[in-house]
Design a protein around this ligand. Sequence first.
Ligand SMILES: Cc1ncc(COP(=O)(O)O)c(C=O)c1O
Length: 382
Amino acid sequence: MGIRMKVEEVLSDFPTINQVNYLSTASIGLVPNPVIERTKDFFIDMARGGTLALDEETEVRVYDDLRNEGSKLFGCNPEDVAVFNSVSEALNSIAWSLELKKGKIISTNIEFPSVTYPWLRLAEKENIHVKLITADNWLISDDELLEEIDESTNVLFLSHVEFISGQQFDLKKITKQAHEYGVLVVIDGIQAAGYIPLNMKELNVDVYITGSYKWLLAPFGTAIAYLSKNLCNTMTPAFVGWRTSENMWDFNPMELKYATTARKFEYSTSAYGVKIGLTESINYLQKIGIKNIQTHNLNLIDILKQELASIERIEIISPEKCGSIVTFTIEGKESKKIGKKLCSLRRPVELTIRQNMLRVSPHIYNTDEDILEFVTSLKQMI
Ligand SMILES: Cc1ncc(COP(=O)(O)O)c(C=O)c1O
């Protein structure tokens, strides 16, 4: 893996941080310079050179390398990883490949739309009922979720970390109960992978999907998914194409012979440059160490929560057990207006407004000082 990097040593890879107090990774992560360079070089080489830059061996290797690197992130075998182009695409592909005929599917009413839409779409066609657990002030009760699981349940689908509140679920506990009823657990981990250490064997989920452009610090245009061997072996991909085939270079249009691993869910050429970018960025994060990143991020979150709690009129929405996301409201203030004011500071603060709340989501390029500077500006404004 090469020399370990310290979190503090990577700041020079993110020049934007000098000008902007960037606290918006839950929307889009900043891409480190080495990843930008690697991705850009590949795009240029391929655009100029065609097959001179992308021979058959390289075309195979681009995905092989990403599956290998992804398997280190997921703590699983490379053959259990499939490469997609986005989280939404992966969720749709998996939902339609399950071929569920009837029964209940469980999730929550605060998920990102891409998490619920594929199942709501499926329910239009199949005899499937989607039960969305209602959140109380943006938080989901674990108990309520677990109580909903019964013999009629097919699938439970959930975010590892919720995109609005930052609530982090205890996947081990949820999966244990779900599996007692034979329920499949499909997880969207785009708000978790990159700063929460993952081990698929321990979590024991059936599917775990994540995307490139937030906490994994890569460009838009790719996602990876872990599929448990048991589940993968029973599924037939809903979407197929030349890459689906066990021997993709045979170009045999008369026989559809699926790859025997999770690779069977891959089906087409794609923006290979961003696949290379994601491979590079996962490697970059692993050189720092995901556990170290988690310690760093959660320290920032702790400081932020403590500071915000000392300000009257601020209500923190995020629960105690949350990822690297803190969301809050200010009584009597419109979040959009505060957001605009923060953007016009000498060193602007970039955060996200979601559902009229302020969402702060720091990552490796943020420091204690960034958090304190933000809170000081906020105090002056209110
Ligand atoms: C929880 C969650 N899932 C999925 C997405 C979107 O993923 P993609 O753009 O890769 O489809 C987002 C984007 O904000 C998200 O927060």
